[in-house]
Design a protein around this ligand. Sequence first.
Ligand code: ADP
Length: 447
Amino acid sequence: DVLVIGGGGAGLAAASSATENGANVILVEKMSFLGGNTILAGGAYNAVDPKRQKPMNIEDSNELFYKQTFEGGDKKGNPKLVKILTDNAYSGIEWLEGKGMKFKDDVFTVLGALYPRSHKPIDPVGTGFILTYEKFLKENNVPILLDTQAKKLIIENNRVVGAVVETPEEILTIKSKNGVVLATGGFSKNIEYRTKYNPKLTENILSTNTPAATGDGINLSQVVNANLIGMEDIQMLPLGDPKTGSLSGNIETTVEDRIFINKKGKRFVAEDERRDVMTNALLNQPDALLYVIVDSQVYPNENDKNNFNESIKELVDENRAVKADSLDELAKKLEMDPEVLTKTIKDYNLAVDKKSDEFGRKLFGKKIIKAPFYAGARIPTIHHTMGGVEINENAEVLNKNGEIIEGLFAAGEVTGGIHGANRLGGNALADITVFGRIAGEKAANNK
Ligand code: ADP
């Protein structure tokens, strides 16, 4: 009944929801493993959740979540889709919990989330999402074809009715009566596309993404004239690994408890800002390199882990983080003036008391006071493509005349029109869950 193309978070959510809605589903994944970029994510999932937020004295509402998401994307997202995302994010968490996924009892603020409503899975990085769906699909005998790449959509009577797929051995035709769900992810690793839409994002700029993020869904959908929107909106993060561009190695655990300094030892931006604002500020610093600074209140124990399942000890041992028993020693190790660094930290700690600083930061947590201190170098890196195929509230793909393309649904990073010019950190996992779930349900019922 339903063919799902792509086995990241959006595709697995769509396959699960189509199955729950009574459809016979096949999922194809071009790589030899499931997970896409979803499995590499830190795992943060934003949702308004009084059960977890109230005990932490955090006031929140779907209205505030909507406002921050919509305005944080420069009001470029489709308001109807933003509302669906923000109103349904929490029920997405309950849906996952119903399938056995576990989230921690408290919330945090992931980089660029703007507010403490990020949920953290118990399982490391994005594995919890993938394992939860995989288990559910296995229990329901849903075929998952790995190493199987969709090459072309099949159209009959102006309706998408399947796809031609390629395995290492053969070329297959998979027909689906009710529809196809495109969940092929973004295009951060497609240099040609990247530079076509933003000439500044040349090959030498690193990315957090899996090599699979080549924008296949963009090509596939052009046979049916799908409308592409927001393609120029490509997100960079200020916290890539200096060697690989990856998310891993980042020593921050929550926005409230760390600062960024440049190579001279000075802060240069409100570290609770939007990702685009922070990255642009970083690009103007010496060598576009920053250090995340935390103290040992963040890592009371050497074996405590960051959001990427790496212990602080491991990171220090591998020279991916620097540890020092005093701020003077830290400054020396980072080759900066100890007086400058000490003053930066002193001023910041005063700002924590006042809950205000010269940069307009709003989210303050722990002071940086307790030795040992840690620093981790980070650089700008390409993270997420906000643009993609246009969808409506039913996750149906629209063509360039604004008409519904019969039989074609899409969810996740392959779509555009939700995050606008800048995606809030923690909103992608909510997006793929909410819209993957809708796409699966609508496709199942598209008889
Ligand atoms: P999302 O967050 O939107 O789910 P991901 O990057 O997590 O995006 O997942 C997208 C998945 O789609 C990846 O696992 C990727 O390998 C897969 N994929 C991309 N193009 C194709 C294709 N042509 N055929 C099958 N799978 C594909």
